[in-house]
Design a protein. Structure first.
Length: 288
């Protein structure tokens, strides 16, 4: 969790630089597209703050009321990001309609292009860095935040294109159209985050059951495996299954076997997984 928090603080600092740069340019040029882009970037910073709160809560150890720990707080904060994105989308649409009905004069200077291009470069780095760290830390929250920031790249490209078109003499409503396109990217990012986080909350299976069963059945003491279930997140998940074992195995032998299997499954999946085995006596007569 410390590594995740460190990444979030770095990303928060970069996102705030990008957001305030875009907001200032949008304000002085009367561009609703750049303002919308700046607001979207500002939500990146807001989501980082929410994420920091979520990670802090998720790091709390398990207790009597939360025997499985507090990891899902991280997932809940990802859903909060979705809510922010949808709210921002609504605000941008309202602003775009106002600008379309009452168009303002938009003027771009050369240095505006330089600053917008600089924010684009920062966004590309942020997405690369955050996705890389999400894989290293197995954090669904960092990946959700990276997908959120990734939409900024496409938005900034569209904004730069609209700036060029307006400078070439196209009507100012082009700026309004681009701001509405920005909304589509924001909604798409919200949908991707929702799909990723909701699968954790509804306990979507985390592993391929065939991979598990094929590995387990390599042990001669085990004659069958069924009811394989898994749930959780990339940070931590739970796996349980029923094993058919030799009926004359002692408690000590079965205990050693399950500990061995648990270690092997963890190495196989290379994940922080807790495994529970339910042992059943194998009856060869059922095969006759």
């Amino acid at each position: 969790m410390k590594q995740i928090k460190r990444v979030l603080w770095i990303i928060l600092f970069l996102n705030l630089i990008v957001a305030f740069t875009k907001l200032l340019i949008g304000y002085f040029t009367n561009s609703s597209a750049i303002l919308a882009d700046g607001v979207h970037s500002l939500t990146d910073g807001s989501s980082n703050i929410i994420a920091l709160v979520g990670v802090t809560l998720a790091a709390k150890p398990s207790d009597d009321d939360h025997p499985y720990g507090h990891e899902k707080y991280e997932t809940l904060t990802s859903l909060a990001i979705v809510g922010i994105l949808l709210f921002v989308s609504y605000e941008i649409v309202v602003k775009a309609i106002e600008n379309f009905n009452n168009p303002a004069i938009i003027q771009f200077e050369f240095y505006h292009y330089i600053f917008i291009t600089l924010t684009l470069t920062i966004n590309i780095y942020v997405v690369y860095y955050e996705k890389k760290q999400s894989k290293l830390t197995k954090s669904s929250l960092l990946m959700a935040d990276a997908l959120h920031t990734q939409s900024d790249i496409f938005i900034s490209v569209g904004v730069i294109l609209s700036m060029i078109l307006i400078n070439f003499g196209l009507p100012y409503w082009i700026d309004t159209i681009v701001s509405l396109i920005v909304v589509l990217f924001i909604i798409h990012a919200a949908w991707e985050i929702f799909k990723q986080t909701s699968s954790i909350l509804v306990d979507t299976a985390m592993v391929d059951t065939k991979i598990i069963s094929d590995h387990i059945l390599k042990h001669s003491e085990i004659h069958g495996v069924h009811k394989i279930r898994s749930r959780g997140s990339l940070t931590k998940f739970y796996l349980d299954m029923h094993l058919l074992v030799e009926p004359l195995m002692t408690i000590e032998e079965s205990h050693k076997l399950t500990h061995l299997l648990e270690k092997e499954v963890q190495e196989l999946l290379d994940q922080n997984v807790q495994v529970i085995f339910h042992l059943e006596p194998y009856d060869s007569s059922f095969e006759d």
